[in-house]
Design a protein around this ligand. Sequence first.
Ligand SMILES: NC(=O)c1ccc[n+]([C@@H]2O[C@H](COP(=O)([O-])OP(=O)(O)OC[C@H]3O[C@@H](n4cnc5c(N)ncnc54)[C@H](O)[C@@H]3O)[C@@H](O)[C@H]2O)c1
Length: 245
Amino acid sequence: MNRFEGRTALITGAGSGIGAATARRLAAEGAHVLVTDVDEDAARAVAAGLPQATPLRLDITDRASVERLIGGLPALHALVNNAFLPFADDPDENWRRQLDGTLLGAVHCSRAALPHLAATAGAIVTIGSVNAEADFGDHAYSAAKAALGSFTRTLAGEAAPLGVRVNQINPGTVDTPSWAGRETALADLGARAYPLGRVGTPEDIAAAVAFLASADAAWITGTTLRVDGGLLAVNRHFREILGDG
Ligand SMILES: NC(=O)c1ccc[n+]([C@@H]2O[C@H](COP(=O)([O-])OP(=O)(O)OC[C@H]3O[C@@H](n4cnc5c(N)ncnc54)[C@H](O)[C@@H]3O)[C@@H](O)[C@H]2O)c1
């Protein structure tokens, strides 16, 4: 498939995990990928392995830099809001980080990208989380991800007359460096919590991003797609109690 031939895609937090897999996937489908990350070395390392990629330092919490970098691009066909703001130990600081970072960061990037995307009939894909839909701990992160879902729907309404589509993916647990040091927990979750018997790979999410950002999703906007191995839809605990699982 070459769904992104001649197209430019910008991915935030693309130096690791889901963002890096998305960069690889979109590049494999022909995109010129702007591999952005607050960690410039990580962005460089990912871009180095791709045929058409430009590594760029971008801190999504810095509105002025976001507007300068995205606003100054010659063209843009797809924006992937993916960066993951690590949790802070202090509860207040964690709330600020998740609301200012996770939520407002995606808002800054989306606003800055919209004029470009209006010119190219482009698309925004934002990475949320199953935490937006049910209790999996960390209220600040979960609230920020839930608010992103609302932003996705509202922006979809604003952007539709411009021909721009805006969608969100809510992943379940995905084996990325953000889980480093918790390999046993990941294996247990895969075996015991996930109906499909494993946690996700970054490539599982990248495939869904590529679909929603491509013309294959031309009539899809304002949607949240769960990519979670059946986690939220299937009640394994209930089935086990009934001896049905
Ligand atoms: N891994 C999971 O289990 C999981 C589950 C659900 C949702 N998600 C979501 O998927 C996305 C990617 O997560 P991941 O696990 O691949 O993360 P990761 O930790 O592997 O990568 C995140 C990247 O974001 C970058 N980053 C951090 N702060 C930034 C900032 N201010 N500006 C720009 N970049 C910044 C980091 O440098 C890093 O390269 C996140 O939005 C996360 O909330 C992950």
